[in-house]
Design a protein around this ligand. Structure first.
Ligand code: OGA
Ligand code: MN
Length: 291
């Protein structure tokens, strides 16, 4: 396989790999290292059954069945559907997934390692792809923090809450129902270190995101609010960004420990997007949780 670097802060394209064929151990190690280094990998022109997508994803760790997503491949609950398509009045997938900056599952005691998305229908307008997925590099964001802030925040932790992003989507998109008590109870707020040693690169990353991060636990509320606001602005700077421009048949995979992402909502309901997705947890790196 060949890695073609994007030339941006993140991202590489992997050529010469057919993901329908099980990975060798050597290939797995190469991809794992590349995920740490590039943060985002894309594999063009793949042809996969849902079962094969699941098998490839499973190689990287335990798969999560999302508590709040009822759009699953029939018989394969680990394969979620992200789509704005509607058939016979019924939505085929979650239509507003990830449409603001966030890190998947930072609200979970066991955090997420990687996501594997397989693009089957990608909207285009005037020859340009719509619904791109954007990423930010949290290795670089940490490195560039003022030394005084690195020292001050070292050893501190952040509370993350699933409901923060859910409620924001409810307010802004008006499509999601309120969380049920059972869903809320299944996802209580959790704390994780604000700076995390990345298990693949061994380097420090900033583990905060505007989607789910609520509070720096060791600071008074007002100071926590100010610093979080600074961190959110800092981590989203253009110099840390990379944008994946989708083509049909792409498999896109990213490391959630070292990146943030955002699904760009620039397409209309009649411009169809249909993506299959698996969520891989970070259990291979952590016993119970990173903290
Ligand atoms: C996700 C997500 C991005 C996209 O799957 O976690 O945020 O572009 N999706 O669909
Ligand atoms: Mn996401």
């Amino acid at each position: 396989m060949n890695f073609i670097e994007s030339g941006k802060s993140l991202g590489a394209r992997v050529e010469g790999l057919d993901l329908s064929v099980p990975l060798t151990d050597a290939q797995f190690v190469q991809l794992e290292q590349a995920l740490g280094k590039y943060g985002v990998l894309s594999y063009p022109q793949q042809t996969l059954t849902s079962q094969q997508l699941k098998q490839f994803s499973e190689r990287f760790g335990k798969l999560e069945v999302n508590v709040a997503n009822m759009y699953q491949e029939s018989g394969l609950p680990e394969v979620m559907i992200l789509s704005n398509k509607v058939e016979n009045g019924k939505p085929l997938g979650l239509s507003d997934a990830g449409q603001d900056w966030h890190t998947d599952m930072s609200y979970s005691k066991m955090i997420a390692f990687t996501n594997v998305l397989y693009g089957l229908e990608i909207p285009h307008r005037d020859g340009e792809p719509l619904g791109n997925t954007e990423f930010c590099n949290m290795h670089a964001a940490y490195d560039d923090l003022p030394e005084s802030l690195k020292t001050k925040l070292a050893g501190m932790s952040i509370t993350h809450n699933f409901e923060k992003f859910w409620e924001k989507m409810r307010r802004e998109k008006g499509q999601r129902p309120p969380l049920t008590d059972a869903q809320r109870a299944a996802k209580p707020p959790v704390s994780h270190p604000i700076f995390m040693k990345h298990p693949i690169t061994g380097k420090t990353v900033l583990y905060a995101n505007p989607g789910y991060s609520m509070r720096i636990n060791e600071l008074p509320e007002a100071e926590s609010d100010d610093i979080l606001e600074f961190l959110f602005e800092h981590q989203l700077q253009a110099k840390y960004q990379y944008r994946h421009r989708w083509s049909v048949g792409d498999v896109l995979m990213w490391d959630n420990m070292g990146t943030l992402h955002n699904a760009v909502a620039d397409y209309r309901p009649d411009e169809h997007r249909y993506i299959k997705r698996c969520q891989v947890m970070a259990n291979r790196y952590f016993e119970n949780s990173p903290a």
